[in-house]
Design a protein around this ligand. Structure first.
Ligand code: G3H
Length: 496
């Protein structure tokens, strides 16, 4: 159970502690932030409302701890990460329980998130050993006008303190996707979890604590964004920010100083369906891609752009699959569970009502109870409807019928987002042309968008983000290149 057994020390009464300087602590604010269970809409957990002074302390210790961590052998950093991964996987049950209660993640998906996170940490340890164990060697006579008198050696060095801010929908997985690359690369790490998802994050951090990482190297600070959000992201002690979330990321990137940023800020992933596509495959991918975790994934299929001639058949196939989705509490492992908050449900409802008023065809009756919204496919959506462009982050999927492939590409590219997209066709040549034309960070051919496997590059363009993630890219992003040039008095050639 969350907060018990080996996790007993992370809670005080009914308030979870924050983690700093290798210890679990109560905030001097004496205040707590409540975490509302999306299913019951009642307070499930409480976390510390940390103060700006506590943020300052965490930054100081993070800076000091990083200096000696950077001198810790790479193999030893990897060893500790492997240990943390094993502890995380061993204790998947209480962490999954927190995910179920805080963010209404279906029971099996909650366990999968924790296991996937352990695997990510292990892979990152191995990848780090490989890529950080190598540098480059350059000689000067390859550039015009130079003789072979300079040898340049490069290596990758840490940035310093990395601030990680994961989103509510994958609080554990998207936290470790920042923590593990930062640590293997020799950085220290300050984690600011989302409020919903904070308790799962605190449990995950305890697994790193139990693995024996040095004091102060990892910190987890909880609290109100209004109190510590800007203070953290604008803190002079931060040397890199890795953020996943909504358009708050745009504000952060405007305010952050001259530091590397890794941002993933959502998407409006288009699914373009051509006449020759395997429509059973398409329907299965639309339902999985559009409705898993109730559409609360940045990589969810968020608009279907289907050729008019096959639209009726496809919509019928999707409708019959949607009818089979189970709707209810996450504890019962239902396919569709309550969305994360009442305000999110209200936003989704606003998009649905706008589409209704403007004449979209409802393939199912719109139904909502509290934060639980039944899956809804909206056909005959037109570009003047908000749902054609906005990201519902809920189980509502618009279908736009297109007269040509160009129309589909145009709609995809007119979005301010550019995370992923997908195209379904049996013609690989057409698929490649469409993929090249789509202004998105990734295009999936004959499958729904997805971030994983976690070592694949993952990036958005336009408002979808800055930089590229995935294990290798994250390790590289959290380092900088350092060169040493050896200057020789006379040209020197190998083998004389
Ligand atoms: O919500 C954003 C996540 O990066 C999506 O990850 O494709 O594994 O669901 P996923």
């Amino acid at each position: 159970m969350a907060g018990s057994g080996i996790f007993g020390e992370i809670i005080d009464g009914d308030v979870f502690k924050y983690y700093a300087d290798g210890e679990w602590k109560k905030s001097s604010s004496g205040k707590a932030v409540s975490i509302i269970n999306p299913t019951t809409r009642k307070t499930q957990y409480k976390v510390q409302a940390c103060t700006q002074e506590e943020v300052n302390k965490v930054m100081e210790t993070a800076k000091a701890a990083q200096k000696s961590w950077a001198k810790t052998p790479l193999w030893k950093r990897a060893e500790l990460l492997h240990k943390a991964a094993a502890i995380l996987k061993e204790h998947r049950a209480p962490i999954a329980e927190a995910l179920i209660k805080e963010i209404a993640k279906p029971a099996k998906d909650a366990v999968t998130e924790v296991v996937r996170s352990g695997d990510l940490v292990s892979y990152c340890a191995e990848e780090g050993v490989r890529i950080l164990g190598q540098g480059t060697f350059l000689v000067s006579d390859s550039f015009p006008g130079n003789e072979r008198t300079k040898y340049c050696l490069t290596s990758k060095i840490p940035l310093g303190v990395v601030l990680a801010i994961p989103p509510f929908n994958y609080p554990v997985n998207l936290a470790v996707s920042k923590i593990a690359p930062a640590l293997i690369a020799g950085n220290s790490l300050v984690l600011k979890p989302p409020t919903q998802g904070a308790v799962a994050c605190l449990h995950m951090v305890h697994c790193f604590h139990l693995a024996g990482f040095p004091k102060g190297l990892i910190s987890c600070i909880t609290g109100k964004g209004s109190e510590i959000g800007d203070f953290l992201t604008m803190h002079p002690g931060v040397n890199c920010i890795s953020f996943t979330g909504g358009d708050t990321g745009i504000a952060i990137s405007k305010k952050a100083g001259m530091i590397p940023l890794q941002m993933e800020l959502g998407g409006k992933d288009a699914c373009i369906v051509l006449e020759d596509a395997d429509l059973d495959l398409v329907a299965a991918n639309i339902v999985k891609g559009g409705f898993s975790y109730s559409g609360q994934r940045c990589t969810a299929v968020k608009v279907v752009l289907v050729m008019e001639s096959i639209a009726d058949t496809l919509v019928e196939k999707v409708k019959s699959k949607v009818a089979k989705l189970t709707v209810g509490p996450p504890e019962d492992d239902c396919d569709i569970t309550p969305v994360v908050s009442e305000s999110s449900a209200n936003f989704i409802e606003g998009l649905v009502m706008d589409a209704k008023q403007k004449g979209a065809t409802f393939c199912q009756e719109y139904k909502r109870e509290g934060n639980l919204i039944w899956p809804l496919l909206l056909d005959h959506v037109r570009p003047d409807m908000r749902i054609a462009w906005e990201e519902p982050f809920g189980p509502v999927l618009p279908v736009i019928r297109i007269g040509s492939v160009e129309e589909g590409i145009h709609h995809c590219n007119a979005s301010n987002f550019g995370l992923q997209g997908c195209v379904f066709t049996k013609d690989i040549n057409k698929a490649m042309l469409i993929s090249d034309a789509m202004e998105t960070g990734t295009v999936q051919i004959n499958s729904a968008p997805a971030r994983g496997p976690d070592h694949f590059p993952f990036q958005g363009i336009k408002d979808s983000g800055i930089g590229s993630q995935g294990i290798t890219n994250s390790i590289n992003m959290m380092t900088k290149v350092k060169s040493t040039v050896i200057n020789l008095p006379t040209p020197s050639y190998t083998m004389g």
